[in-house]
Design a protein around this ligand. Structure first.
Ligand code: DSN
Length: 458
């Protein structure tokens, strides 16, 4: 088998798909083109480059195994063992962590396995409420975590900022076994040290879910929770430009004792991933994580993270200048939250109108929102992909103008529908296409990463 088997198989796979399943090929091809042609501002998304996607599509997908490198339950794992070791080392290096587990299938799974191994059913969990920007897996009523644990939720103050006084008060009152910090819709810096002080005061563990801000953390543009929280979880596809998947990371508490079983906390997590929660890992996903984790450890990624932050600032300022109510008055991360309800729109109408013009955002509940979650009064913007496109202040100013043009041109019909003149739609679509063409998606994230181990032969 030649050295270029990976490339040959990938190319012949696409040819085969096109020949034998043209309907599916057409859909996938169109999806790829769609991503090139729209202005995507989904805060929880980024673009995995071709090298990450090549790992995802590699033959390591065919390896069935269980367990960890050197301790598998199937033969034939010599090479995927090295892949997983590489991913673990790169995760530890990227986050300056002393422990990393790269097998979780998603960020949600990472949260579940930490919570379910640490807690007993009915234990109290204190976390940010869903309406205030928290995540489903942080004890929301609609989620498994809200059913199995007794969830108490903290919220935001009158300025839309995390209310640490309330966190402390609720912690003293309810004595949670676990406090969760981290958010899905919060545009400001999270004070992990303050959360840890509260957790220590009441004898709780602290879990920091940094799925949204992991890239900023790696780049040193947001404080890191690794040595502050007992556990840090993240998904790998949001700001790490990696594949669908999750990580559990630990710092100085990795060797602290777990509440039961005579294990350390890191051994507890290791056991929780396998055999407690997951069986066979997705070795192609682990390979893709290894690739993405190498990319984030480069100057190119740090420059991208800086651009993510800068573009979010431009976006927030631009929207505010045009009279849109930007929650908290701005942003310190990649996210901009806008209350569109105060100007007579719903989140759903605002989202759909933009989508009809090739601008992709998502509606969001905001504090005190009278609308149901399927409608919402807010819109959440994120700048990961705009930054990956290399957009500067001028390009972001154009994005703001287009968003403003769509929102101020539409006529709202109830909570869900709207009328937008075809001439506006056509004009915005053309300008979106021109912007996307001027700022194409990156074919690759950065220069080739330095391999940690083992050195590739030859
Ligand atoms: N947690 C969801 C979000 O923030 O959009 C999906 O990852």
């Amino acid at each position: 088998m030649g050295r270029d088997q990976l490339r040959a198989d990938a190319a012949s796979g696409v040819d085969q798909l096109q020949e034998t399943d043209p309907a599916l090929h057409w859909l996938l091809e169109r999806e790829q083109r769609r991503q090139h042609d729209v202005l995507a501002m989904i805060a929880s998304a980024s673009i995995a480059d071709a090298s990450v996607l090549a790992c995802e599509g590699s033959a390591s997908s065919n390896v069935t195994t269980e367990g960890y490198p050197g301790q598998r339950f199937h033969a034939g794992c010599e090479l995927v063992d090295q892949v997983e070791r590489l991913a673990v080392e790169r995760a530890k290096a990227a986050f300056s962590a002393s422990y990393a587990n790269v097998q979780p299938h998603s960020g949600s799974t990472a949260n579940q396995l930490v919570m379910a191994s640490l807690l007993e059913p009915g234990d109290v969990v204190l976390a940010l409420g869903l309406d205030a920007g928290g995540h489903l897996t942080h004890g929301a009523a609609a989620n498994w975590s809200g059913r199995f644990f007794s969830a108490v939720h903290y919220g935001l103050d009158e300025h839309g900022l995390l209310d640490y006084e309330q966190v402390a008060r609720l912690a003293r009152e309810h004595r949670p076994k676990l406090i969760v910090c981290g958010a899905s819709a919060y545009p400001r810096t999270i004070d992990f040290a303050r959360f840890r002080a509260i957790a220590d005061e009441v004898g709780a563990f602290l879990l920091a879910d940094i799925s949204h801000i992991a890239g900023l953390v790696v780049a040193g543009l947001h404080p890191s929770p690794i040595d502050v929280a007992h556990f840090t979880t993240t998904s790998t596809y949001k700001q790490l430009c990696g594949p669908r998947g999750g990580l559990v990371l630990m710092g100085r508490d990795a060797d602290a004792p777990a509440p039961r079983g005579g294990r350390t906390l890191s051994a507890m997590v290791q056991h929780a991933v396998f055999p407690y929660f997951q069986g066979t890992p997705r070795m192609n996903g682990v390979a893709a994580k290894a690739r993405a984790l190498a990319q984030v450890n480069t100057p190119g990624f740090r420059a991208l993270a800086r651009r993510i932050l800068d573009t979010a600032g431009f976006l927030a300022d631009g929207l505010a200048e045009r009279g849109w109510r930007v929650l908290t008055g701005g942003t310190n991360n990649h996210m901009v939250l806008v209350d569109v309800g105060v100007r007579g729109l719903t989140g759903l109408v605002a989202e759909r109108a933009l989508e009809s013009c090739g601008i992709i955002v998502n509606r969001n509940k905001i504090q005190g929102d009278p609308m149901p979650p399927t409608v919402g009064s807010g819109v959440r913007f994120g700048t990961n992909v705009l930054a990956q496109r290399g957009m500067d202040a001028e390009a972001i100013r154009r994005c703001v103008e287009l968003v403003d043009l769509v929102w101020t041109s539409l006529r709202v019909v109830g909570q869900r529908d709207f009328v937008l003149e075809e001439s506006v739609r056509t004009r915005v679509r053309a300008e979106v296409a021109a912007l996307c063409a001027r700022h194409p998606l990156p074919g690759r994230m950065d220069a080739p990463a330095v391999a940690l181990e083992p050195a590739p032969a030859g």
